[in-house]
Design a protein around this ligand. Structure first.
Ligand code: CP
Length: 307
């Protein structure tokens, strides 16, 4: 039985297989319409979500399966003090696969250790968000035709942004990738990511506070929201939240083939005036996420459709 807790749980070959499968789902959706007939996905979301929960649910419905959902921690027995381990054992009695989002880092891992069905981490605290990474990799692959030989800029909250940590970890496994890390001093990439991923892999990177200076060098720009829910101090959040706002004026210095990405939700980081720019990819990411989650469900349920 397989789980997906962090992106490193998948080999590069398996990510390639998921990409091929997602591409096939887009081309021939009817081939997959009954793939999960009789199977149930439980989405256990103890933190807010729009995209991740709904895309998992849409993915399971499009595979012919069904969905059970906890969308609010306050309406589950977690509010009465039930442990993650007991929740996982319980939900395993009803569902064939679980997608869990939790504010506590490591909670999906605890669920995986106690469940008798596959568990997918749908975001744990400021730690990891591997299925967003699958959406991001598929988007880069569709936009650029490759996952290597790229200069990728990350901008905003690189400290608490779990999507950033997971995507850096994933892209570090491809040849010729270079990172440009743009953030305020207070929101720099955590040293454990720099040490365990970048230094260990010998991955070239630079850190800066100046987005406009580095924008012309980028193939991909990954903007992020300042994660208000992870701050201890509202004053710090208010001081930092609008530090980087991408506007059409700033984008003038960028390459014509730049891909502008954002895991969403967006607050102010990208002006809505950029949405019509052909370089904006963030709503494509949303759709790509559904196809990659379909491919992942097929892989973890071992129903035999993965290419
Ligand atoms: N990108 C992402 O995780 O969005 P949601 O919080 O809406 O699921």
């Amino acid at each position: 039985m397989r789980h997906l807790i962090e992106i490193g749980d998948l080999s590069v070959g398996e990510i390639d297989a998921l990409i091929r499968t997602a591409q096939d789902i887009i081309g021939v959706p009817e081939r997959y319409a009954d793939a999960c007939r009789g199977k149930k996905l439980a989405t256990l979301f103890f933190e807010p979500s729009t995209r991740t929960r709904l895309s998992f649910e849409a993915a399971m419905y499009e595979l012919g399966g069904n969905v059970l959902s906890v969308s609010d921690a306050g309406t589950s027995s977690a509010a009465k003090g039930e442990s993650v381990a007991d929740t996982a054992k319980t939900v395993s009695c009803y569902a064939d696969i679980i997608a869990m989002r939790h504010p506590k880092e490591g909670a999906p891992m605890v669920a995986a250790m106690n469940a008798s069905v596959p568990v997918i981490n749908a975001g744990d605290g400021g730690h990891n968000h591997p299925t967003q990474t699958l959406a991001d990799l598929f988007t880069i692959w569709r936009e650029k035709g490759r996952l290597g030989e790229l200069t990728v800029g990350f901008c905003g909250d690189l400290k608490f942004g779990r999507t950033v940590h997971s995507l850096i970890s994933a892209l570090s496994r491809y040849e010729g990738v270079r990172f440009v890390l743009v953030s305020p001093e207070e929101l720099k990439l955590p040293s454990y990511v720099k040490k365990d991923v970048l230094a260990r892999g010998g991955i070239p990177y630079e850190q800066t506070t100046d987005l406009e200076a580095v924008l012309p060098t980028l193939d991909v720009l990954y903007m992020t929201r300042v994660q208000r829910e992870r701050f201890f101090n509202e004053e710090d959040y208010l001081r930092l939240k609008d530090r980087y706002i991408l506007t059409p004026d700033k984008l003038r210095g960028a390459r014509q083939d730049l891909s502008v990405m954002h895991p969403l939700p967006r607050v102010n980081e990208i002006s809505v005036a950029i949405d019509a720019d052909p370089r904006a990819c963030y709503f494509k990411q949303v759709l790509n996420g559904k196809f990659m989650r379909m491919a992942l469900i097929l892989m973890l349920l071992e129903v035999g459709y993965v290419h």
